[in-house]
Ligand binder design. Structure first.
Ligand SMILES: [Zn+2]
Length: 163
């Protein structure tokens, strides 16, 4: 802690948490924040531009490795999200753009990111958890990899992790 990038949210239930923490721990909260400017306007001083910068990166993840479905050595270029019939996010995985889309009618493909505001505008804590587990598995080969503040800052600070 104590680095210049460790900005805290400063309001609401995650008041004492850092901005970086939010993306890996409750991305549904970020979806909720950005759907309405009222919430982002609560971010004070340099916290708002830092948040916007993190959002920009979090929308454009460069998932490491190659597509596990076609096994053709293609880079991963899509994230596919499967919704419960009731609406929440049920499953998150990745493939390449030459793969035939998997998952049926409840599945939508997006550019890999921590959120997909087009499909999931509503706060979804459980869905956010599935998404974070899939992203951790892709980057760290461990769905429950522990993200310390140092690791969070290294992740967001590494340009190779983003498009
Ligand atoms: Zn593929």
């Amino acid at each position: 802690m104590g680095t210049t990038t460790a900005y805290k949210l400063g309001f609401g239930r995650y008041k004492e948490r850092t901005l970086e923490w939010l993306f890996f721990n409750d991305p549904g909260y970020v979806w909720w924040m950005i759907k309405d400017d009222v919430h982002t306007q609560k971010l004070k001083g340099p916290t708002l531009p830092r948040f916007n910068d993190l959002v920009r990166r979090a929308r454009r993840l460069r998932i490491p490795g190659t597509c596990k479905w076609c096994k053709m050595g293609k880079p991963i270029s899509r994230m596919f999200l499967t919704q419960h019939t009731s609406g929440g996010l049920a499953k998150v995985d990745f493939d390449c753009d030459t793969c035939r889309p998997l998952g049926g009618s409840n599945t939508t493909h997006f550019q890999p990111g921590f959120f997909t505001p087009d499909a999931f505008r509503k706060y979804d804590k459980t869905g956010g958890k599935f998404m974070v587990q899939a992203i951790k598995q892709a980057y760290f080969k461990d769905p429950s990899y522990r993200m310390t503040q140092k690791r969070l800052e290294e992740f967001f600070g590494n340009p190779k992790n983003f498009l």
